[in-house]
Ligand binder design. Structure first.
Ligand code: ZN
Ligand code: ZN
Length: 412
């Protein structure tokens, strides 16, 4: 089982490296009620760090399930004004937001996907303003995870609840580097590695990428002015933070009108309280024109039908197969981890910060630049040790970027 010292290091990492809380700043924590002890440890670190106030929003899987089981559709669609205003209010005063994602991947497996989609859309609409704060890095935000019983047993189905949680802690502790003497220094090194990789890709300035793997042959255009990010990010106020812990990816925005071919997933996708797997999408001029899934096809359909932008891409992320998450051999059923095991793409909204001056552009300018908009943003994993990627330069020349799931250009 994870010891107290490691938990303290993890909480400290979330405060310093994650949201980089400043003295006098307010911290909002979204935390699972099952992880109350850890959330309170984070709160303690935050106050020690000079937090002005710590507010915790408790997430409770059982309560969510009650709502999905018993509430009629119109109640599922009801997001109280004060709830959205609360987030906007905290964002307006430049609070830092730390989300601890740990829900049961199968929580809503017996609920009609149409009802889940309904609730998800209503909540995305309500959170639109707050999401813009987040996706433009106007506030500092970070996502981490801690094990909870149901989630751990989904990952390790043959273990007792207690043992599954202990095993998941062991895995997470290594992946987020809190097993190291000085995790904050380890993250500085790691961020430096990702900084170099993104600088190399920005310098290359490919006009498109060609991805080939079993079940995948996809050409992804990259818009003029696209920017690769990865690791730490810079908030609007010029303060560095890490939006995701862990993170192993460098990512950019695809041209929403220039994606063609077919892509197949390589890891299951946990979405909307269920799992989508063995699926294939076919793109034409940036839009999904055909799809199929052996598992969760209904959920996938609802995801694609969220809105116009849900059928187009908002992210391409490169992760080499040597990623410690991939090497752990564990399927986490939690995108925060699984996306960092694998090359992935996302359906839905793109980060405006992946375009030069994108955070200053209005919706129409972003659209003209090829940057996608949607209520949703869902990463799914398409990489493995079998993926090859070619980079295509503006003059039509190509070079091998990835072979057999790993870098072939020098990103160090
Ligand atoms: Zn990603
Ligand atoms: Zn993403």
């Amino acid at each position: 089982m994870v010891n107290q010292e490691t938990l303290e290091k993890y909480a400290q990492l979330a405060i310093e490296t994650g949201v980089n809380l400043q003295k006098g700043q307010t911290l909002v924590i979204n935390a699972p009620i099952e992880g109350a002890d850890f959330a309170k440890l984070v709160a303690k670190k935050a106050y020690e760090h000079g937090a002005n106030y710590v507010h915790i929003n408790w997430a409770d899987d059982e309560l969510s399930l009650l709502r999905f089981t018993y509430a009629p559709d119109d109640v599922l669609e009801n997001v109280p004004d004060w709830l959205q205003e609360q987030y906007n209010w905290f964002a307006d005063i430049d609070s830092a937001v730390l989300s601890i994602h740990s829900s049961n991947p199968d929580l809503l497996k017996d609920i009609d996907p149409a009802r889940v989609a309904l609730a998800q859309k209503a909540s995305s609409q309500a959170m639109k303003k707050f999401r813009e704060y987040q996706m433009n890095d106007r506030i500092r935000w970070s996502i981490i995870s801690i094990p909870t019983g149901d989630w751990a047993q989904k990952v390790f189905p043959n273990e007792s609840r207690e043992q599954a949680v202990a095993k998941l802690w062991d895995a997470i502790v290594k992946i987020v580097r809190v097993d190291q003497e000085d995790p904050i220094a380890a993250w500085e090194d790691h961020n430096e590695t990702l900084r170099k990789a993104r600088a190399v890709l920005n310098e290359r300035n490919y006009s498109s990428l060609h991805l080939k793997a079993p079940g995948t042959d996809l050409k992804i255009g990259l818009p003029k002015g696209h920017i690769w990010h990865g690791g730490d990010a810079l908030s609007e106020k010029g303060v560095v933070f890490n939006p995701n812990i862990p993170t192993e990816e460098v990512f950019s925005a695809p041209d929403k009108y220039n994606v063609n071919g077919t892509v197949s997933n390589t890891l299951p996708l946990n979405y909307g309280g269920g799992v989508i797997d063995d699926f294939t999408l076919t793109f034409k001029d940036g839009k999904v024109v055909d799809f199929s899934a052996k598992q969760g096809e209904d959920i996938l359909k609802h995801l694609l039908d969220t809105d116009e932008g849900a059928r187009r891409l908002g992210e391409i992320a490169l992760v080499p197969d040597e990623s410690p998450i991939s090497q752990s051999g564990i399927i986490f059923y939690n995108t925060l981890f699984d996306e960092n095991a694998s090359v992935h793409i996302a359906l839905g909204k793109a980060y405006p910060t992946n375009m030069k001056d994108g955070d200053q552009m209005d919706d129409q300018q972003l659209d003209e630049a090829g940057i996608n908009d949607s209520l949703t943003h869902v990463d799914f994993m398409i990489g493995s040790d079998k993926i090859d990627i070619d980079g295509v330069f503006e003059n039509g020349e190509t070079e091998a970027v990835f072979r057999n799931g790993t870098w072939t250009i020098d990103v160090k």
